[in-house]
Design a protein around this ligand. Structure first.
Ligand code: AMX
Length: 474
């Protein structure tokens, strides 16, 4: 608690404005609209500018139709209905994710790296999500330091974590701890004290920075408690980046694992707004619930097997497959039979399919690139590659899945297990730590834009039949 910073006043006290308008990262020239290293000051300039643009746009087009809704979409989980604003990223069915207009390979090339590293720092992606600009190394360093300085956990949250039974799923522990951190909410306090609506984003910013800073400590405590006999997570090093500190707290020293974590925590951040975790945080936040409550709710959605828990499910599925076949190399025929067995038992092949994507997920591709570079001979990686050759054709033959290609979760567990993190039930927690960067950068913007309470219309089947002028046969 003593380390908890009151960053609002401090943040505005730092006049870290550099004069340059462009910078070079890894030989790539990056234009930066603002070289100020203080993220809150940059946002304070950008939010009103954006709001003025949106106001003019809405005045010109408020009654323009942006789509129509079919009965199939109403019953079919609202797929593809254009009904919400999400500024930080956009997903294209064929191309995959763009973070503020940048693809994953572009982010890998342009975002600042750790000294000697080759993967992007998630701090840089957070800056990009918040501002739309590729940050300078100085801006990224500023974020790393802020997060290190805000990382201390309140005693009641540590006590809560230390008292959970080890058979409570790590994702349930994670969500509960995030909700318990709500005692620290500056947003909730400001609302209680009748803060003006125009200042909501500032309190959202403070909570978001605090929460992101604290997540590695919470996640590492869960890891140590459940799998490492409750050993201490140690202390934060203010000169290290967010991922390096997280790995240190988890107890991993291998530089390659730290690089993997930087990549992992970058690519899992955001996937536009309609997915379960992002949409949940958006919906809950629209009630002016604070960032802790909103992100805690998002984690509950991420814990579902059709969403984030799929990374655990993939490894469980692969491990059973190898055990069932005595751990030896598996032939294509044996593997195909196993995949069909899964489908014929009425189960999904975890890690395959997507509600929006219609091609291989670029998050899968960049993890595959990492594996080809660092662990090409790993038997589990070879198995994942073999599955990649077989599953799409089988799913196409079955004729149900609209997208037969792998998603992000088909690869991540194999990389983690290679570096010694074999605790599959923990994998979704890592996804959750990363997803905070997407949910919370948008949360700041949602409050900055004054987005209203979300309240779509629901109908009963009877009401829908009436609307469609349909009379059921007797
Ligand atoms: N294996 C078997 N069947 C699949 C399948 C898969 N990987 N993906 C889709 N299908 C089935 C669906 O279950 C559905 O069957 P039904 O008609 O009997 O209900 C049918 O194909 C049509 O589904 P869809 O329109 O292609 O997909 P969707 O938008 O309804 O669902 C998703 C998308 C991701 C839930 C689904 O592909 C799936 O269950 N995949 C496996 C789980 C998984 O990997 N989830 C992680 C997704 C990424 C993430 O959020 N982390």
């Amino acid at each position: 608690m003593a380390l908890l910073r009151q960053a609002t006043s401090k943040a505005f006290a730092l006049p870290n404005v550099l004069q340059t308008k462009s910078h070079v990262i890894n030989g790539v020239r990056c234009l930066s609209a603002d070289s100020n290293t203080n993220l809150k000051e940059v946002l304070a300039k950008k939010i009103p500018e954006h709001n003025a643009k949106v106001k003019a746009f809405r005045t010109a087009h408020n009654t323009t139709k942006v789509g129509e809704v079919t009965l199939d979409q109403v019953y079919g989980g609202m797929r593809s209905i254009k009904a919400m604003v999400w500024e930080t990223s956009v997903l294209d069915a064929d191309e995959g994710i763009r973070f503020r207009g940048f693809t994953i390979p572009e982010c890998q090339a342009k975002l600042p790296k750790a000294p000697g590293g080759s993967e992007p720092l998630p701090e840089g992606l957070f800056w990009l999500l918040c501002t739309g600009d590729i940050p300078t190394p100085e801006q990224v360093k500023w974020v790393s330091k802020e997060w290190a300085q805000r990382a201390a956990l309140p005693a009641h949250v540590v006590a809560l974590l230390n008292n959970f039974p080890s058979n409570l799923h790590p994702m349930s522990q994670f969500a509960a701890a995030v909700i318990a951190l709500q005692s620290e909410s500056k947003f909730a306090k400001a609302y209680e004290e009748k803060a003006h609506k125009s200042t909501y984003w500032e309190h959202a910013y403070e909570d978001s920075m605090d929460l992101i800073a604290k997540l590695p400590g919470v996640a590492a405590t869960i890891y140590r408690n459940v799998y490492k006999s409750g050993s201490s997570i140690g202390t934060i090093d203010e000169n290290k980046d967010w991922s390096a500190n997280f790995c240190k707290m988890l107890g991993y020293k291998d530089e390659k694992f730290i690089e993997l974590m930087r990549l992992y925590l970058t690519i899992h951040t955001d996937h536009e707004g309609g997915n379960v975790s992002a949409h949940t945080s958006h919906l809950v936040g629209s009630a002016l619930s604070d960032p802790y409550l909103s992100f805690g709710a998002a984690l509950c959605g991420l814990a579902g097997p059709l969403h984030g828990l799929a990374n655990q499910e993939v490894l469980v599925w692969l491990t059973k497959l190898r055990e069932g076949l005595g751990g030896k190399n598996v032939s294509d025929e044996e593997l195909s039979a196993y995949i069909w067995k899964t489908l014929n038992a009425g189960q999904v092949v975890p890690g395959y399919g997507h509600a929006v994507l219609r091609k291989t997920d670029p998050r899968y591709s960049c993890q595959r690139e990492f594996a080809l570079k660092h662990l090409p001979e790993d038997p589990m990686f070879k198995l994942v590659s073999q599955i990649y050759k077989l599953v799409p054709d089988i799913l196409l033959k079955q004729g149900k899945a609209k997208n037969p290609w792998p998603n992000v979760d088909a690869h991540s567990g194999v990389l983690l297990q290679y570096y010694g993190m074999k605790e599959m039930s923990y994998y979704t927690v890592l996804f959750g730590v990363s997803r905070a960067l997407g949910c919370l950068s948008q949360f700041i913007w949602s409050r900055g834009m004054g987005l209203p309470l979300e309240r779509p219309k629901s109908l009963s089947t009877e009401g829908l039949m009436k609307l469609c002028k349909y009379t059921p046969e007797k």
